[in-house]
Design a protein around this ligand. Structure first.
Ligand SMILES: [Zn+2]
Length: 241
């Protein structure tokens, strides 16, 4: 009997390892997705900023063309001013000239504003490109690593299952049934060892009566923690300090 319970404890260690592998198999695809998304988001941000730069350049070209046209018109007006014959005509052309100057001033301010934005966009773009490059190299290697792990999960699980099966060969049915039933209800942990210093249950950390500890150590029957309901086992590997 004593022998059997220890085997069950070792089998539980394999089972918990298998549980962990199955869980990581579910987690990996989500992790890979989030690392890929991080790279894509940076790429999109670079594309957005490049679009803004192109738009900025285009608008500047249009404004500069408009300034040139306004300046040409202005020199025509100045020529006309010299040829005016009446005061009224002179004042009218003079007004036109003032309006044209105002318009040019306004366009030049807009041009300057676009230039300032351009000067801010460029370093932002460079920063994003550098960040994208670093993130891509870092995440690609993480993805590669996780792909490798993912591929080996199945073979790791079957290795552990073989070890578990070997460990449990000849195990009595009753203990096996108890173990399987408890594993379903106790978040996978059916067996709790006794803390040999504190004399408590390692499953729920509750103190155990000294008499119970003795009985568990003798391992003549199946004994359970009254607090968490797990099967109690004395682990001979854990030496009293
Ligand atoms: Zn307990």
């Amino acid at each position: 009997m004593k022998h059997n319970l220890e085997k069950l404890l070792y089998a539980q260690e394999f089972d918990l390892e298998i549980d962990k592998l199955i869980k990581s198999k579910k987690v990996y695809p989500g992790q890979i997705e989030s690392w890929k998304k991080e790279i894509d988001d940076l790429k999109n941000a670079i594309d957005d900023i490049k679009g803004l730069i192109v738009e900025n350049q285009k608008n500047r070209r249009l404004i500069e063309e408009e300034i040139t046209a306004e300046q040409d018109a202005l020199s025509n007006k100045k020529q006309r001013l010299l040829k005016t014959k009446t005061n009224k005509e002179y004042t009218a052309v003079q007004n036109e000239i003032e309006q044209a100057l105002e318009r040019i001033d306004h366009l030049e301010t807009e041009d300057l504003e676009l230039m300032t934005v351009f000067d801010e966009l460029n370093p932002q773009k460079d920063e994003l490109i550098a960040k994208h490059k670093a993130t891509r190299s870092e995440n690609d290697s993480k993805i590669k690593e996780i792909h490798g792990k993912f591929d080996s999960i199945e073979s790791d699980i079957s290795k552990l299952e073989k070890k578990r099966k070997r460990m449990l060969s000849g195990m009595e049915d009753k203990a096996m049934r108890v173990y399987n039933r408890l594993r379903k209800g106790k978040s996978g942990i059916a067996i709790a060892t006794v803390n040999q210093i504190k004399l408590s249950c390692q499953g729920c950390f509750k103190q155990l009566p000294p008499q119970k500890v003795l009985e568990v150590r003798r391992s003549e029957k199946l004994l359970f923690c009254e607090s968490c309901g797990r099967l109690l086992v004395w682990d001979e590997r854990a030496k009293k300090k």
